[in-house]
Design a protein around this ligand. Structure first.
Ligand SMILES: [Zn+2]
Length: 211
């Protein structure tokens, strides 16, 4: 059976081995390259991925599930993209560098399954964003959010978002986090929406000509 190693999009192990479980020709077999839909499972978590592989026949047998070959691109094999792709951080455009850095860290922790640290990191991304809005703010995160709302730098809706992130982030950073996966997902979405409203949407507006 054909085998190969890549990062698993399901269990996220780097460079883990996969075994081809099945293959289907796109069309009747011919001499030279054939398109073969190829299904493989992760040897660690047993979940599946697929790709279209160009197989040069008869140099390599078409039935990859029964052919002992290393499935990497070479003279007789052309391996397409394995799907699904591993999840990647989803970073909105137009974020200030410090905010982008904090938010990227939070996304990486969430994707890697570190829920508590991820919750903490989303809260840090919010703090970093508020600092961009007003670098002189002092006091607790609660007080800073309220102050920005009073001075009109945060709308009331964004204030509610910010408090939601603050609360969820607090709960997630307890020693024994009491947050569930879906709450961390909510935290990620809330933080992303907050950042998009605060930085991405204004950044998308065309620069106004001098009046
Ligand atoms: Zn896996």
């Amino acid at each position: 059976m054909a085998t190969f190693s890549i990062k698993c999009p399901h269990c996220l192990r780097d460079n883990t081995s996969f075994t081809v479980a099945g293959s289907r020709l796109h069309a009747a077999k011919k001499q030279g390259f054939n398109s073969v839909e190829t299904f493989a499972t992760c040897n660690a978590c047993r979940r599946g991925i697929c790709a279209t592989v160009q197989v040069s026949y008869p140099a390599v047998a078409i039935e990859l599930e029964t052919t002992a070959v290393l499935l990497v691109t070479g003279p007789h094999l052309l391996v397409g993209e394995w799907l699904p792709r591993p999840p990647l951080p989803d970073i909105p455009d137009h974020l200030p560098a410090s905010v982008a850095k904090a938010y990227t860290e939070a996304e990486q922790l969430r994707i890697a399954g570190f829920r508590g640290p991820a919750g903490n990191a989303y809260r840090r991304a919010l703090e970093s964003a508020l600092k961009e809005v007003d670098p002189d703010l002092k006091g607790s995160l609660y007080a800073r959010i309220e102050k920005l709302t009073e001075t009109g730098l945060l709308t009331k809706n964004l204030r509610d978002f910010a408090h939601r992130i603050r609360n969820l982030g607090n709960e997630a950073s307890h020693e024994t986090p009491i947050v569930e996966d879906d709450e961390i997902d909510s935290l990620a979405i809330f933080t992303k929406l907050f950042l998009m409203y605060q930085f991405t949407l204004p950044g998308m507006l065309p620069v106004r000509a001098a009046e």
